[in-house]
Every structure is written in structure tokens, then in C-alpha cells.
Ligand binder design. Structure first.
Ligand SMILES: Nc1ncnc2c1ncn2[C@@H]1O[C@H](COP(=O)(O)OP(=O)(O)O)[C@@H](O)[C@H]1O
Ligand SMILES: [Mg+2]
Length: 250
């Protein structure tokens, strides 16, 4: 048994939604834990419940039954304000669609979580983080003039700038071309290693899933597999584009 509590503990989580046509069971008895620095890929078909699960781990959505603990704290025993505060302190989130604020510059987008946390050095810390993701020359740019890859790097800067214990990423390369997605992934794994963040990454890409220590397969709202054994890299289809890509410059 580890002496410190797991960073993420998902305990018998169920999620159902009911409308006039009946009840849909989206998640059924999801149960797993992740330790400090652990990296986990969530894989599964479209509609299997991956995004719903990530939203619940972030405390953005509420389970019908079950418990989620973040660093030992029971997320749904907290009221909404306390839950939002915990999220701001401990959890970063990266989405497929970037989700930057359109009327804020890159710098302002990254400053926001720092300001929420009451950090007086928000401007400098945000500028440093944007330099770290290679966007030191883009501080005053608005999202709409940035490429998709640049927007996702701003989103990574915004997520990592508060040094969260946990990073949740929902298909972060889903809107990017292969080469750009590969660069964003490389950067995400680097930041993750540097900061010692626990990572939960939803991905369709077997090659990316293979780079995580754990793979959790969701089928129709249930955990169908939870494996830490190494992927057979030979089983991952060769992609000529992958071989052509080196690591990106810092
Ligand atoms: N608020 C909701 N109301 C009704 N159905 C929902 C809601 N949220 C998700 N679903 C349904 O739950 C299933 C799982 O969705 P989702 O978690 O987005 O899956 P995934 O991310 O694996 O593609 C889908 O069938 C989806 O249509
Ligand atoms: Mg999804």
C-alpha cells in the first residue's frame, strides 16, 4: 500500500441521464485509482462515456452514484464553490477544441487561473510559461490569429501554469493534423514529466496510448480493461509520418 493517498480515486461511479424517452446509463460502476505521477490513457469507442468520466473527475459533472477523491479529498462532498476552488488548485484540463477565451490574448488566457488563485506574479508567471511552450513571441495575440497547434499550446500553458497535481486531457490532438498533434503530445509529456503531474488522457491514437503507463479501456460505460503491461509496439501500425518527426525545439 502506498503511504500517501492516490491522486485520483474513482470509486463505483455511475452516471445515468433520464429524459422523456427513458433512462440512459452512461457510466456503470467505474472504479480505478491513479498514483502520483502516473500516466493513464482512457481508450474506447466514440460514445462509450470517456468525456463524461473526465468531466466527473474534474468535478464539472456530478455522478449519479459513487465517489471521486482528488488527493484524498471527496470531490462531491464539497459544495460547488469549494469544488471549483479545488479544481483551480489541483486540476488542469485540456480539451479537443482548445476552449480559450476569444476576447483574451494568449497572455491573458494563461494569467486567468493564476489571478483566480490570487497570484501577484500572474503576468510574469504566465509570460514565462508561454515562453516555455514556444510562444514567447505571441503574448499579445488573440486565439483567432493563432494556428490550432498554437492555440493548444496556449491551452497547455494555461493548464500547467498553476502546477496542477492532475492533468485531464480529452482528445487534445483530435482537432490537429498528425504532425502538429505529435508536437503537442511531445510537449504535454515533457511538461508532465517536469512537473510530476498525474495524467489522464483520452485518446483514439494507439501510439499515444502506448506512451502512457496505464491503459483503461471503456466499453459501454464500463471498465473493460485496466492494464499496465507495455503495449506491443509492433502491434501499433507503422505510420510513415511518425518516423519523420523529431522532438520539437523547446
Ligand atoms: N447530458 C447528456 N444527456 C444525454 N446523453 C448524454 C449526455 N452526456 C452524454 N450523453 C451520452 O452518453 C454517451 C457517452 O458520451 P461521452 O461521454 O461523450 O462519450 P465519449 O467521450 O466516449 O465519446 C453518449 O451516448 C452520449 O450521447
Ligand atoms: Mg468524448
Amino acid at each position: 500500500m502506498p503511504s500517501s493517498p492516490p491522486i485520483v480515486s474513482v470509486e463505483h461511479v455511475f452516471k445515468s441521464v433520464t429524459d422523456s424517452t427513458g433512462t440512459l446509463d452512461i457510466l456503470r460502476d467505474i472504479d480505478f485509482t491513479l498514483g502520483a505521477r502516473e500516466t493513464a490513457a482512457i481508450v474506447g469507442a466514440s460514445g462509450s462515456g470517456k468525456s463524461t468520466l473526465l468531466g466527473i473527475i474534474a468535478g464539472l459533472d456530478v455522478p449519479t452514484r459513487g465517489t471521486v477523491r482528488i488527493g484524498g479529498e471527496d470531490l462531491f462532498a464539497l459544495d460547488e464553490d469549494a469544488r471549483a476552488a479545488l479544481r483551480g488548485r489541483k486540476i488542469g484540463f485540456v480539451f479537443q477544441s482548445f476552449q480559450l477565451l476569444a476576447n483574451y490574448t494568449a497572455l491573458e488566457n494563461v494569467m486567468l487561473p493564476l489571478e483566480t488563485a490570487g497570484r501577484r506574479d500572474a503576468r510574469k508567471a504566465a509570460a514565462d510559461m508561454l515562453a516555455r511552450v514556444g510562444l514567447g513571441q505571441r503574448l499579445g495575440h488573440y486565439p483567432k490569429v493563432l494556428s490550432g497547434g498554437e492555440q493548444q499550446r496556449v491551452a497547455l500553458a494555461r493548464a500547467f501554469v498553476v502546477q496542477p497535481q492532475l492533468l485531464l486531457a480529452d482528445e487534445p490532438t483530435g482537432s490537429l493534423d498528425f504532425a502538429t498533434g505529435e508536437q503537442v503530445m511531445q510537449l504535454m509529456f515533457e511538461l508532465n514529466r517536469e512537473q510530476g503531474t498525474t495524467l489522464v488522457l483520452v485518446t483514439h491514437d494507439r501510439g499515444i496510448a502506448a506512451r502512457c503507463e496505464r491503459r483503461i479501456t471503456i466499453e459501454a460505460g464500463r471498465v473493460a480493461a485496466n492494464e499496465t503491461t507495455a503495449f506491443d509496439e509492433a502491434a501499433v501500425p507503422a505510420d510513415p509520418a511518425r518516423a519523420a518527426i523529431g522532438s520539437i525545439a523547446p
